[in-house]
Design a protein around this ligand. Structure first.
Ligand code: IPE
Ligand code: IPE
Ligand code: MG
Length: 237
């Protein structure tokens, strides 16, 4: 696993970007304005994460369940995603590696092409690994892994007895990414909502009432500070 600047800092941080809608509602604005504001926070927090030495940063941007939202909100989110993909070039200039995880077949060809392009041009960078969960669901990810393994069994490449946790891990979208150490969820909700459910088996959680558009560098500092005070035992003593 990669070395980190400080021994007890989290190597992999996951963030559930929640509370955009409520942020807008509080101001009498359409929900999509909350998503735009949330995108600004994304930029600030990504830059700052790099500065504080986080190696892997995974954001929950759009879940497999978010398609249930009203069509106009889904459209606004797709539009924002499309536009925002161009902004990623700024991170790439800063040697950030970008990856998207989730089922991308649901996105438009234009969005898919942009996703692939950002991944390809940043593939050699290692300063910060930025992972965006787009049409991502932990259950879908695990189901997909099971399907891939079943295919290998059917082809006679492996036996059922060969199925180990390591093999499962190797079939996940996050095959090459270390487990998540710290999961941050703003907005006051205390749930995973299908985010990294396999990878979070031993994660620490940090919940705050702050809404994502208001989430600041200080809030990230607080989350990391809280993490450093946790006693991670992994089942040991
Ligand atoms: C998170 O903010 C953004 C997405 C899920 C895409 P929400 O839109 O869920 O905001 P709230 O929870 O309604 O406030
Ligand atoms: C989780 O937030 C998904 C993302 C932030 C992308 P939701 O707002 O969709 O989660 P629930 O519905 O409150 O559980
Ligand atoms: Mg929400």
């Amino acid at each position: 696993m990669p070395e980190n600047k400080e021994a007890r800092s989290p190597i992999h941080v996951g963030i559930i970007m929640d509370g955009n809608g409520r942020w807008a509602k509080k101001r009498g604005l359409p929900r999509k304005v909350g998503h735009w504001e949330g995108a600004k926070t994304f930029k600030t927090i990504t830059r700052y994460s790099k500065d504080v030495g986080i190696r892997y940063l995974t954001y929950y941007a759009f879940s497999t369940e978010n398609w249930k939202r009203p069509q106009d909100e889904v459209d606004a989110l797709m539009d924002l995603f499309d536009k925002y993909l161009d902004e990623f070039d700024k991170f790439i200039k800063d040697k950030v590696r970008i990856r998207f995880i989730g089922d991308r077949t649901a996105f438009s060809q234009k969005i898919r092409d942009k996703m692939q392009q950002k991944e390809e041009i940043s593939a050699q960078f290692t300063d910060l690994n930025l992972i965006i969960c787009a049409n991502y669901g932990g259950r879908a990810e695990i189901t997909n892994a099971a399907r891939l393994i079943a295919e290998d069994v059917k082809k006679g490449l492996i036996e059922p007895a060969d199925i180990t946790e390591e093999l499962m891990q190797s079939k996940l979208y996050t095959a090459e990414i270390p487990p998540v150490d710290l999961i941050i969820r703003p907005s006051g909700e205390m749930r995973l909502s299908n985010f990294l459910i396999w990878q979070a088996a031993y994660a620490e959680y940090y919940f705050t009432d702050v809404l994502w558009p208001d989430f600041s560098k200080k809030d990230l500092d607080k989350a990391i500070e809280a993490y450093k005070n946790r006693d991670r035992r992994f089942g040991g003593v």
